[in-house]
Design a protein around this ligand. Structure first.
Ligand code: S3P
Length: 427
């Protein structure tokens, strides 16, 4: 895929359905007692893996204009005939492990080369505290072997790192426990699982306490999934950094646990508005409008500490805004980035250097002085969808040609990314 400099971007973008919400709606539907219909489900690499795993667990799924999932009820999935494959998807393996841990049958779940390198002890440890029989490899990675149990013990647990996947895994396990599980978060992470299940949460000493009662019936529902704000982020930053742009991104999740990157772009000086804000299925959704002037003036900043978990998926694209901003752009306390679909610190640092920036790499982040010119380069995606999309946007402001080495990896979360991008660029 070759990308060259554009004059502006203009138009209306409909990003695909939200990835985090799609996974959760599929899993919750499978645990419900009856037939669910789902509009705007994301059909992409990661979420297809969740559907495939559920089918192997005996869940009837009909893929039509609307997705239909016939729930089997809590503790009623069927034993799979083969190993479950989560592919590239951390959300699939970690959330589904919470459900498998509470079933009466044995199962095994694994993933692709990237997923088999990612840390699983963060879910294995608390699941074992719940008396789940789950074993990772010696390195604490997938494949995960899970043995059947009659029930799980409820626990009170504060994850060591803020992670919506760990929290959601424990919520799903909690649905299979005898009693009330409490999960404590010092830094609140994306809360779609709690919203979808209508869970109670309160704050104590500044920490969020989420309560989940085991064994309760889940009612089937008709879901409408909002568009993905993290996919929208690539177009939002494109609108911010390409002069004379005017772009409207429709019907995206405006859940505050997902929109911190918009606040950061505003702090940097971006003109971003929201409109048509309403609530759909307990999630705030709306349009995001981005405008830029003839001269783009962004002020760089440091992202560190408690800010990081809320923008973890958007750091690759925020660093592209930083590349043209004025002053030092620094990311610290973000070593979690090394444990994503790729080592995203390495991927960002190498690719920004290839585009002409002088970047310093730290164990937990990176830093560079912004400058107004990027040069086109060969971008190594490391098979990571967010790296591919972030550096495609960088290519739109770079002098010369940018080549993305494996553009197909965008299919993990945003299969028609390049098609939509080409519909809004103006040369
Ligand atoms: C996700 C949680 C985040 C995020 C990932 C999706 C989710 O991961 O990076 O893309 O849907 O729960 P962590 O829980 O590892 O922070």
């Amino acid at each position: 895929m070759k990308i060259t400099k554009v004059n502006k971007i203009k138009g209306i973008v409909y990003p695909p359905g939200d990835k985090s919400i799609s996974h959760r709606v599929a899993l919750i539907s499978a645990l419900s007692d009856g037939e669910n219909t789902i509009e705007n489900f994301l059909f992409a690499g990661d979420t297809n893996k969740t559907l495939e795993c559920l089918q192997k667990l005996g869940v009837e799924i009909e893929i039509g204009e609307k997705l239909k999932i016939k729930g089997k009820g809590i503790k009623k999935l069927s034993p799979p005939h083969s190993i479950l494959d989560a592919g590239n998807s951390g959300t699939t393996i970690r959330l589904l492990a919470g459900i498998l841990a509470g079933q009466k049958f044995d199962s095994e779940i694994t993933g692709d080369d990237s997923l088999r390198k990612r840390p699983m002890r963060r879910i294995v440890k608390p699941l074992q505290m719940m008396e789940a029989k789950i074993e990772p490899t010696e390195e604490g990675t997938a494949p995960l072997k899970i043995y059947g149990v009659d029930s799980l013990n409820p626990i009170e647990y504060e994850p060591e790192i803020p992670s919506a996947q760990v929290k959601s895994c424990l919520i799903f396990a909690g649905l299979h426990a005898d009693g009330k599980t409490k999960i404590i978060e010092r830094i609140p992470t994306r809360d779609h699982t709690e919203r979808l299940l209508g869970l109670k949460a309160h704050f104590e000493n500044g920490k969020k306490i989420i309560e989940v009662e085991g064994g309760k019936r889940i009612e089937p529902a008709n879901y409408i999934i909002p568009n993905d704000i993290s996919s929208a982020a690539f177009f939002i930053v494109a609108g911010v950094i390409i002069p004379n742009s005017n772009i409207r991104i429709k019907n995206v999740t405006l859940n505050p646990t997902r929109t911190a990157f918009i606040e950061i772009l505003r702090q940097m000086g971006a003109d971003i508005e929201t409109e048509n804000v309403k609530e759909v299925m307990g999630e705030p959704i709306g349009d995001v409008i981005v405008k830029s002037k003839k001269e783009v003036n962004l002020k760089n900043l440091t992202l560190s500490g408690d800010v990081i978990p809320g923008v973890i998926d958007e750091i690759p694209i925020l660093s592209i805004a930083g590349a043209i901003g004025e002053g030092k752009f620094e990311v610290r306390d973000a070593s979690e980035l090394r444990k994503k679909e790729s080592d995203r610190i390495k991927a960002i640092v190498e690719n920004l250097r290839a585009m002409g920036l002088d970047v310093e790499e730290y164990e937990d982040g990176f830093a560079f002085e912004g400058k107004n010119k990027l040069k086109g380069a060969l971008i190594k995606t490391f098979n990571d969808h967010r790296i591919a999309m972030a550096f495609s946007i960088a290519g739109l402001i770079a002098e010369g040609e940018t080549v993305i080495d494996n553009p197909d990896c965008v299919k993990i979360s945003f299969p028609n990314f390049f098609k939509i991008l080409s519909s809004v660029v103006n040369f």
